[in-house]
Design a protein around this ligand. Sequence first.
Ligand code: H79
Length: 647
Amino acid sequence: MRTKPTRPPRHRSVRGARGFAPLLATALLAVALPVIALPTAAASARPASPAGPPASPAPPARPAGPDRQQPAAGPGTNFAVDDPFTSDRTSWWRQDRFGMFIHFGAYSNLEGEYRRPDGTVCRDAEWIKRQCSIPMSAYEKQASTFDPAGFDAKAIVKAAKDAGQRYIVITAKHHEGYAMWPTKVNTWNLRDHSAFDKRRDILRELKTAADRAGIKLGFYYSIWDWHDPDFADPATFPKYRERMYAQLRELVKGYAPALLWFDGEWDTDNPHNPWTARDGEALESYLRGLDPKLIINNRVGKRRVTDGDYGTPEQEIPAAPVDGQLWESCMTLNGHWGFAAYDQDWKSSAAITRNLLATASRSGNYLLNVGPDKHGRVPQPSLDRLHDVGQWLRTAGQGRAVYGAGYAGLVEEPSWGAVSRSRSGAGDKLYATVTDWPAAGKPLHLAARAPFRVMGARMLGSSQPVKVTAVKGGYDLKLSGKPPNPTATVIELTVRTPRPAPRGHGSGLRADIFANDTLSGPPALTRIDRTINYAWKFSGSPAPSIPADHFSTRWTGSIQPRFSDTYTFTTVSDDTARVWIDGRLLIDNTKPHDATIDKASIPLRAGHKYAIRVEHTEQTGEATMKLLWSTPNQPQEIVPTTQLYRR
Ligand code: H79
């Protein structure tokens, strides 16, 4: 079981934000959680997706709201909306790669410094209320003078565009609880508690400007709330939760955000945070009922691999693609999220650009923060850096290494830079971005993880030659002269990989479902499942006739790979999982666990059908079972229906 941290969980390893050295993979898994039984009102929204919805029947959509009268989503509910790795819903987010985070709130009005009545000064940014122990009355008093008249949505959107950022996420409400839109839920907001023009609504302004510029807009919303008197006490928390739902409804219905970015979901005190995994289940379900297109980060729940659509490493970049989930790294430009006048410790434009390249090369997104000052103006050092990154991306098509590009897979990550792969548009390309230019005569080595041929190579933005030689274990790239780009020089390689076997014509696996947790006796139900992509969470189960606890499933049939390659199978499971391919027990995690990733590899031949058997058991608590695959040539995805056969 997890102890109660007083601060958010950190990922296991932290990258020096200015460095370029790889990190260990982010650990986003297996967190044991206390279960507090709270009534939930989950509206299950499961839009049919062309990517292949799970076969279990969708329960009827229920009226949304935390209204305790509504029945909770029950047996038969699968909360997995689709496969975020391949769905249309997440497509823009997976392509766009680069976004702007904006931290702006009543804390911005202090610009990082609080002068106590005794004249001493305490510094912090968006945490200043708590870290400097500012009394609520004093904090409210300063907020009443907040007048961000200089907030210029068009200028901010222009800065994002100029940086090559394709989405914006702004703090609609941070931990301080202050709403940056004219919420009707309370008066602790920018219209009712400020010196700001009452006719203005900065979220509306931003939405309008972003729409005009073709930029997606998302809202950050903190669950942890330092201002609402009902937040901290579990007895009154439901009243807070009602208001939170009402605010989120205002945001979703009023501004049609593309994305919601939750925070403050962790167990903490001062004030105590009663948020539970069950609360997360209900909230995520409620939001998907409001707008099935929403993209939602994993802090909507308890920051686990099964929560929301994507993982959120903070101030760090995982060393490799994250298993089982999409991810986005959020990072500050200096040392703070909110404006702090005293913090002039800015990262260099080159470091930021290289971070973006490393992130894209591991199939991640980069959400880079700006913190406007008390007038609402983005600091000039931030604008300068954003402009530089955009300049790099615009130069000679170098942005192709980022937009629509992802994990290279075909090659090991080199020590001298990053390699991404893009199969969109101009063909199959590897983008090798060189940040450590080789000494004269020294080749750059690309270690191959799977067979591919290099059909052509060129340097973007330069006519300097690139000589490619096939060598043992991969290719050598010979460059000459000086690096044409001091930040990173992009070598575009046109590659060819073995042609995959044609798409299969499978329709799924046979599922034998048992109303016990030991796969015993005759199955209660037998059917075909199009994919193994299930998040039953606390309240769901494979079918209405199967209880939410104590059930198990055995899937059998065959699986047909499209490449002759080493396949890595990944499961996300809770409570237990076993996978056999071709009679070999590949994954064998039978000790009951919270949501956990397991993976194992096996060489397979294109077009052949291999016997597959997958077993999942659920005792109590949450339940999940997902089966993904990948090869050096095939990015992670839920094993698709077409490659699964009932026999
Ligand atoms: O919104 C931004 C942060 O305010 C929030 N998440 C990002 C996106 C965040 N919450 N916690 N943390 C980040 C890390 C917390 C670090 C802490 Fe501290 C160290 C909490 C207390 C000590 C930083 C330093 C915050 C206050 C002082």
